[in-house]
Design a protein around this ligand. Structure first.
Ligand SMILES: [Zn+2]
Length: 72
């Protein structure tokens, strides 16, 4: 299946997996004295990543930056 949303253009260069990836994302949390929650949508998606983010393929354990997983 070709990805068309969050994973558009992303595929493991080693095993060809394109279904799921473990990506180190930056998270915006709303913090109060009681604790922290993922920020509400009006402050953005709450988390984000880019080509420089760490990525791991859960199928073959290939690791690298997300840029290395872009389909060329
Ligand atoms: Zn893989």
């Amino acid at each position: 299946m070709t990805n068309t949303n969050c994973l558009e253009g992303i595929r493991c260069p080693q095993c060809g997996n394109e279904d799921r990836f473990m990506i180190a994302a930056k998270v915006i949390v709303e913090v109060t004295d009681d604790g922290a929650d993922i920020a509400s949508p009006q402050y953005g998606n709450g988390y984000e990543w880019d080509d420089a983010s760490y990525c791991r393929c859960p199928e073959c354990d290939r690791e690298g930056t997300l840029k290395e997983f872009h389909v060329t």
